[in-house]
Design a protein around this ligand. Structure first.
Ligand code: SER
Length: 314
């Protein structure tokens, strides 16, 4: 049985990953950590919860030691849009946080560390259609820069210290439980909340903006499958993965199939430039080949499920 630490359990992904992990590995074996944002009730009530700031080295060591942790999901990060408002903080949390976790993992013999990279690691010089795993990485956002540096650090720690660190480049994640905190792909979550509440949405990206996306159940599956993958099959530390690609106009049309009254207008802001620097679609053949990645949801099935879940809750 594993002893798992989830850093950043209040976030969009962490808050849904913790319950999934607890189902699989047992409630008491999954320690959820937060710093400022309150943790969801489901996370608080069903297993251990502690305060942890990944920037505090001593605290991090204390937690790994006292809870006998052998597996870490390091999910705490400042996303792309907020990162452009405070680039120094984004670097600090994303990179200094990661180095602390890598160092503590090395010192305490952590068996596996999972850390998400992002499509933000790509930039305007990267081929935008069917972006390959190995390609040009020249991002123009601080978030993207921190992801590229992070990927290189993970490779470095694997080769230099044999620390088993694994990473996936996540696309935009669409989820129904916790709102994302300040990314460029957030529109694809907000659009559902506004549909249910007001039947109207003003999108901060242009209608024809196409981005790679993934539904949360697929994201959880990818993270857990990567954790359980046989290391001898992994030929690299960082993998492209994707669930679907659509434009803002296409998701709006899909929503209209369920709500005829739904209307959308487009007022692109500073996030448009970020979106324009990212791929439209991702080639995830290597993840499929090396650890059996396969998404369950497409635009149609994701939209149906999001509407069902949010209609019940809101
Ligand atoms: N969802 C992230 C963002 O928009 C991409 O990794 O910043």
């Amino acid at each position: 049985m594993r002893r798992i630490l989830v850093i950043g359990a209040a976030g969009q992904i962490g808050s849904e990953l913790v319950p999934e992990l607890r189902k699989k590995y047992g409630n008491d074996n999954v320690i959820a950590t937060g710093r400022k944002t309150p943790l969801p009730d489901e996370v608080k009530e069903n297993g251990p919860v502690i305060y942890l700031d990944a920037l505090e080295k001593i605290l991090l060591s204390k937690v790994l030691f006292e809870y006998e942790i052998d597996t870490i999901f390091h999910m705490a990060s400042i996303l792309s849009a907020v990162g452009e408002k405070m680039p120094q903080a984004a670097w600090n949390i994303n990179i200094n946080g990661l180095i602390n976790v890598l160092e503590a993992s090395r010192a305490y013999g952590i068996k596996t560390l999972i850390w998400p990279s992002s499509i933000a690691a790509f930039g305007p010089t990267t081929p935008r259609e069917n972006t390959p795993n190995t390609t040009i990485l020249e991002p123009t956002t601080m978030y993207g820069i921190s992801k590229v540096a992070g990927e290189l650090l993970c490779e470095y720690y694997y080769h230099k210290y044999q620390l088993d660190v694994r990473s996936i480049r996540l696309p935009g994640i669409i989820s129904s439980e916790t709102l994302p905190g300040g990314g460029t792909t957030d529109y694809a979550v907000e659009i559902f909340y506004e549909t249910i509440r007001n039947k109207q949405y003003t999108c901060f990206l242009r209608e024809d903006t196409v981005l790679p996306m993934m539904y949360m159940p697929d994201c959880n599956k990818a993270l857990i499958d990567l954790l359980e993958a046989d290391n001898s099959k992994l030929k690299r530390r960082v993998y492209n993965i994707t669930g679907m690609s659509f434009s803002a106009g296409e998701i709006a049309s899909e929503i209209k199939k369920h709500f005829k009254e739904f209307t959308i207008d487009y007022k692109p802001d500073f996030r448009q430039e970020i979106a324009d620097s990212w791929p439209k679609s991702i080639d995830d053949t290597l993840a499929r080949k090396e650890w059996g990645w396969e998404p369950m949801y497409n635009l149609e099935s994701m939209t149906k499920d999001m509407i069902e879940k949010l209609s019940k809750r809101l």
